[in-house]
Design a protein around this ligand. Structure first.
Ligand SMILES: *Cc1c(COP(=O)(O)O)cnc(C)c1O
Length: 468
């Protein structure tokens, strides 16, 4: 089912194909989705669908989401927690990575809960059929309307700060207490290749752990607040294991401090943050390895403090959906600046993938209709927006290409669609779910009418003057 590398073709798009059996691969360690292969037309296939045919059918640019890869990542998380944690556990999909009905519903069908950070994401998760007892609502500045919506739905609120705590204490009643977790700033900050621990961390999220006693005191005096757990999240695109192991210790420490307050805290949420491979140089631990490290540290910390094992929650986003999706573009204009650079332009850019211009993120790519062609030309691939910084990939080796070729960027499942904009009034692309040769449109391409849906013309401008 999965292609091997033909001899001599390592310097082509083939080099990015998954090498082993799908079942044993950790999706976050692969550049292409697990089902990627090359067909007899030398074209890339995902989920049994020819990428060039998908573009013909659904248009360009196009997000292509591989169901097998997404489900595999969900299962690997779920199964690893079962294997390595003797207590109860629940994996939540951090839906900010890609919040839409289909992705939430797939995660839900694999037994995952959903974490949301806004009323809009909560609405999406509920409409996707996720039951409220598996939804956790984060955010450092939830509006009163969002708090009321969350309480009405019955989801759990992850309380971030004093204002929210006090507001909830007033909104809820002792007869119908609101279920909350407390978010802490754990004092562990992660960079990609190092981390530091500080007593006070400069972060807008969460309670200072040093002020926890006051928080516990407040909660214990308000029967309208039912505090069931503690939460912390230390960052994103993390490759090291140690920060997450340390976090388990910090959380258990806080748990033991809650002992004196007669609260019924039974859940710890260790957040998300496991990284994915965007380039050959990236080497994240597998999902299984990451979960093992978290579980073993938590069990050890609980034993040291002689605490019963809490219910363990984690909330990965990027490592669930990131590697499951590619974006297909159509190549257009070419600008050669002799001795300096050759620019190739695609029909999208910073509006469908704002990560390169926002975070200087680096991506890898293939030309979907020339997968075995040797890489002979160094180019810079630009978007079509009116921004010089709208560059998708800088200085990359490609085969000889021409306008109309299908250019694919890998690893675009996380923080692409969810951060997409209509800059320059580009309609947002469609997204298609693929599996075993079937394709299903999960997000329609926006139309020009969609772009004008919120526009209103003041009456005095409607007289026709504007049409002269
Ligand atoms: C962003 C975020 C996550 C998910 O992070 P990933 O790096 O995508 O796994 C989880 N929890 C919280 C609170 C977050 O803000």
């Amino acid at each position: 089912m999965v292609s091997t590398h033909p001899v001599g073709l390592q310097n082509s798009g083939y080099q990015y194909l998954p090498k082993d059996d799908q079942k044993t691969l950790s999706p976050n360690q692969e550049l292409l989705p697990l089902t990627a292969q090359v067909n007899s037309h030398d074209c890339l296939e995902i989920g049994g669908c020819d990428v060039t045919s998908l573009v013909k059918e659904f248009g360009s640019p196009l997000y292509i989401l591989d169901e097998v890869t997404l489900r595999t990542a969900c299962r690997q998380y779920r199964d690893a927690f079962k294997r390595y944690y003797p207590g109860e556990s629940l994996v939540l999909y951090a839906s900010k990575a890609w919040s839409c009905l289909a992705v939430c519903a797939i995660a839900g069908s694999e037994g995952l809960g959903i974490d949301v950070v806004s009323g809009g994401e909560l609405y999406t998760a509920l409409e996707a059929g996720i039951s409220a007892d598996k939804i956790y609502f984060h955010g450092n500045n939830k509006s009163v309307a969002e708090l009321q919506m969350a309480m009405k739905s019955g989801c759990t609120l992850v309380v971030d700060n004093w204002l929210e705590l006090e507001t909830l204490a007033d909104l809820a009643t002792a007869t119908a207490p609101v279920r909350i977790m407390l978010r802490l700033t754990p004092g562990i900050e992660c960079h990609t290749h190092e981390y530091i621990r500080t007593g006070h961390l400069d972060s807008k999220f969460g309670f200072d752990p040093n002020a926890l006693d006051q928080v516990f005191e407040f909660v214990s005096k308000h029967p309208s607040l039912n505090c069931i757990g503690l939460h912390a999240h230390i960052g994103s695109q993390i490759f090291e294991q140690q920060p997450h192991k340390d976090l388990a210790g910090v959380l258990v420490d806080c748990l033991s401090r809650a002992e004196g307050y007669n609260l019924s805290i039974q859940e710890l949420n260790v957040g998300g943050g496991l990284g994915i491979r965007y380039t050959e140089g990236d080497d994240p631990p597998s999902i299984d390895t990451w979960v093992k490290g978290v579980c073993e540290s938590l069990v050890a910390a609980c034993e040291a403090e002689q605490l019963p094992l809490p219910r363990l929650l984690s909330e990965p986003g990027r490592s669930l959906v990131g590697s499951a999706c590619i974006t297909a573009y159509t190549l257009g204009s070419r600008k050669e600046i002799p001795g300096i650079r050759t620019y190739l332009a695609v029909d999208g850019g910073m509006s469908d993938n704002p990560r390169p211009i926002t975070y200087q993120s680096v991506y890898r790519c293939v030309v979907a209709n020339h997968m075995s062609a040797p890489l002979t030309e160094k180019v810079t691939v630009a978007g079509k927006h009116c921004e010089s910084g709208d560059i998708l990939i800088k200085d990359v080796m490609l085969p000889q290409t021409e306008s109309g070729d299908i250019f694919v960027v890998m690893g675009t499942g996380a923080y692409n669609y969810s951060m997409a904009s209509n800059y320059n009034r580009l309609p947002r692309p469609a997204a298609v779910l693929v599996n075993q040769g079937d394709s299903f449109l999960i997000l329609q391409r926006e139309t020009y009418q969609d772009l004008l849906r919120q526009d209103r013309l003041p009456e005095k401008l409607q007289t026709g003057d504007s049409k002269k």
